[in-house]
Design a protein around this ligand. Structure first.
Ligand code: FES
Length: 348
């Protein structure tokens, strides 16, 4: 599933963020074809640990396959990535993700910090298709703006169809509305001021911290935006809150639960014990590798279906309601609440 790709270029985007561009050999070109908004999972071994992280693709149209990696506090991979050099190789999973912009032609993008990464690919693709893009982008100050060069180049190329609005929280701008953080209230004020055409849009895409996404989504729906037009992706944050296990999950783990997984047509069994936080952890402890990437309930790489038994999730930021109703779960968040749990990774 992973392929070794050579790093073509590393570019410092800000003092604590790099853009990593990969060479994709001809025989993998189709495998690494992406839809704007998708991400790559990068994998390496650090201090003997298999470390994987997902980073959104920030390529401008047909340029090199590029992701943006911002260093986060105590972030194992993001710290490692800051010292990578051109010519090194990394294991890379082909593009995945459902936060995609395909046919929309009049879009509003709202991003904060490294949430800009998928927006670069979405904006450049939409503009190249002849669409219109308004991007509201929040940062602390000018020198923390990632992909500033790429955004300015798009602005120059598509002057009449690309509106770029920078919101800065620690640097004063002349227009008061552009100071502070990106909030739902601010987005509505910008719309009322005519800077954003919410009434005309066929897609609103949000990427950033969960708090910003929830606040802006609420304001947009209160303001009358059709919720089906709003798409969001939280960026990875270590330490996202997980619900504590329920009494049923604690009791099941204390007894020891037998779990069967169906993956690529084969069936494997292992036990979940009280030392295991999730099914994914239990499988890894017993030497069975299940698909995963973010381990944070955000990417869906570990999506599977509960075919027998019952389970709960510690958190879920990616499965939609119809998937929950159909019995899908995220293995990285799944805790059995009954014995003889069967998880089918092959279920569509
Ligand atoms: S590994 Fe990303 S949601 Fe489970």
């Amino acid at each position: 599933m992973f392929h070794d790709l050579t790093i073509r270029e590393i570019r410092n985007e800000t003092p604590d963020a790099v853009a990593i561009s990969f060479d994709v050999p001809d025989d993998l070109a189709e495998t690494f074809t992406f839809q704007p908004g998708q991400y790559l999972t990068l994998r390496t071994v650090i201090d003997g640990q298999d470390v994987r992280r997902s980073y959104s693709i920030a390529s401008v149209q047909s340029s090199a396959l590029t992701v943006g990696v911002k260093q986060v506090e105590d972030g194992v991979f993001s710290t490692f990535a800051q010292d990578l050099k051109a010519g090194a190789t990394l294991s890379v999973m082909p593009p995945e993700g459902r936060f995609v912009c395909k046919d929309e032609t009049n879009i509003v993008l709202i991003a904060a910090g490294s949430g800009i990464t998928p927006m670069v690919a979405i904006a450049s693709d939409t503009l190249a298709r002849g669409g219109s893009v308004t991007l509201v982008y929040g940062n602390r100050q000018t020198d923390s703006i990632m992909f500033r060069g790429a955004l300015d180049a798009l602005k120059d190329q598509y002057l009449n169809r690309f509106t770029l609005i920078h919101i800065l929280s620690r640097e004063m701008q002349d227009v008061a509305l552009l100071n502070g953080r990106v909030t739902g209230d601010k987005v509505i004020l910008l719309a009322n001021a005519g800077a954003i055409e919410l009434g005309q849009t066929d897609g609103v895409f949000l990427c950033g911290p969960g708090e910003m996404i929830e606040d802006v989504t609420q304001s947009l729906t209160d303001h009358g935006t059709d919720p089906t037009l709003i798409h969001s992706e939280r960026y990875y944050q270590d330490g996202e809150t997980q619900r504590a296990p329920s009494a049923a999950a604690l009791a099941a783990a204390a007894e020891g639960v037998s779990v069967t997984v169906v993956l690529d047509g084969t069936t494997r069994m292992f036990q979940v014990e009280s030392e295991d936080n999730t099914v994914l952890d239990a499988a890894a402890r017993q030497g069975l590798e299940l698909p995963f990437s973010c381990k944070g309930g955000m990417c869906c790489t570990c999506r599977c279906k509960v075919a027998r038994g019952t389970a709960e999730m510690a958190t879920n930021y990616s499965l939609e309601n119809w998937e929950l109703e159909a019995g899908f779960t995220l293995a990285c968040q799944t805790r059995p609440t009954s014995d003889n749990l069967v998880l089918d990774f092959d279920a569509a």
